[in-house]
Design a protein around this ligand. Structure first.
Ligand code: GLA
Length: 379
């Protein structure tokens, strides 16, 4: 019997949060949390999909799919099938999937679902689409079938991730460059706040709309400006005078974050050069940590996509010896923090922070050790 197994990873993002729909460069990586899909042939004509973790089964015929009302994971499945625009009717397909990417933790489980499924169908049916075409289709699924006007970072990370590498994804040119960030004397890990970012969609779309209208206005004032990336401080000051207070803060964050990304790209290059110089390496990682902290401050105070629980954790972490930087990661309003710590940071120190958090918020965070992995692949 024909059979195929596909593995689609979740992602982290080192820096460049909320820049993917703001003409920026983002620095994500695929991680070793996966959705695994098993494709097999099915005796009858319908398409049978099983979400094993949820113990849910869905049987449908392609011809009727457009009419079906869906919610949750089924909406993503519907979107991928319809957007792939499969002409022949697929007969007898059985897909079972299970996941180690926590839902709502900011690790892009929905991108992994769409990218893995689209990649699998592309392979199974020999549709011949490129990874970038599949990434765009997965993004379109979020836009049309989940109502989230997301950027392209999560899909690119899931499809183009490279073992032991981060990606510099230029969201204007769509160029992707893999780079290494050797962790010498430091470690990167996640802390899952366990706050699910359920209400994030509307706030996300609102941020996007604010920046889009700010860009239209900017083009009126400075028609020669190619993107936010090219704006200088004097021009920015002029643009800000035309914006309401909230949009001013959003734009300030975007421009600041863009310069932090540039700084971190330079740092990453310098780290490769200075690998054998312990004191320079310490300095580089201290600088990286402060960029991470500044990003958190910007997301909290200017972009306003953090939440009380995450801010509590971030502040408490920074009080611990050996923590160099910590920030909320992903769309916001919950999920995971990305933490940069010295290699000898004593993880036991987290227990007191977690107990304090549990007393306040009735949930216990978890530490998630991660490895940077390859993007979607056939196993
Ligand atoms: C979500 C979106 C991404 C990106 C991040 C914020 O994960 O899906 O496109 O905008 O938020 O960086």
């Amino acid at each position: 019997m024909k059979k195929m197994v596909i593995q689609a990873p979740g992602r982290i993002n080192l820096l460049g949060e909320h820049l993917d729909y703001n003409q920026g460069i983002v620095l994500p990586a695929a991680i070793n949390r996966f959705i695994e899909f098993e494709f097999t042939e099915n005796a009858n004509d319908a398409i049978l999909i099983e979400a094993l973790d949820l113990n849910e089964t869905w049987v449908f015929e392609l011809a009727q799919l457009n009419e079906l009302q869906t919610a949750g994971w089924k909406s993503y499945v519907k979107g991928v099938f319809l957007l792939l625009d499969i002409n022949e009717s697929i007969k007898g397909l059985h897909i079972r999937f299970k996941s180690t990417i926590p839902i709502g933790a900011g690790l892009s489980s929905s991108a992994a679902l769409c990218c893995g499924l689209a990649f699998g169908l592309n392979e199974w049916l020999g549709l011949g689409k490129t990874r970038m075409e599949l990434a765009l289709l997965a993004q379109q699924t979020e836009h049309q079938y989940a109502g989230v006007q997301c950027g392209l970072m999560d899909q690119v990370a899931s499809l183009f991730g490279k073992e032991a590498h981060l990606l510099a994804f230029d969201c204007l040119s769509q160029e992707i460059e893999a780079f290494q960030l050797p962790l010498v004397g430091v470690q990167l890990f996640l802390i899952d706040s366990k706050v699910k970012h359920n209400l994030a969609e509307s706030a996300y779309n609102e941020r996007r709309a604010q920046l889009e209208s700010a860009w239209l206005l900017t083009q009126d004032v400075f028609p020669d400006l190619e993107s936010w990336r090219a704006i200088n401080e004097a021009q920015l000051q002029v643009v800000l005078t035309h914006l309401d207070q909230s949009t001013q803060k959003r734009l300030r964050y975007v421009v600041d974050e863009m310069s932090r990304v540039q700084k971190v790209q330079k740092l990453a290059t310098q780290i490769l050069v200075d690998l054998n110089d312990v004191s320079l390496m310490n300095e580089h990682y201290r600088d990286l940590g402060s960029c991470i902290n500044q990003t958190h401050e910007g997301l909290r105070d200017l972009y306003e996509v953090s939440c009380e629980e995450i801010d509590f954790l971030q502040a408490a972490l920074l009080n611990l010896p050996g923590i160099l930087g910590a920030r909320m990661m992903g769309g916001g309003f919950g999920g995971c923090l990305l933490v940069l710590a010295k290699a000898d940071f004593n993880l036991n120190l987290l227990a007191a922070v977690f107990s304090g958090y549990a007393a306040l918020y009735q949930q216990r965070p978890s530490v998630e050790q991660i490895i940077l992995t390859d993007g979607v692949q056939v196993l």
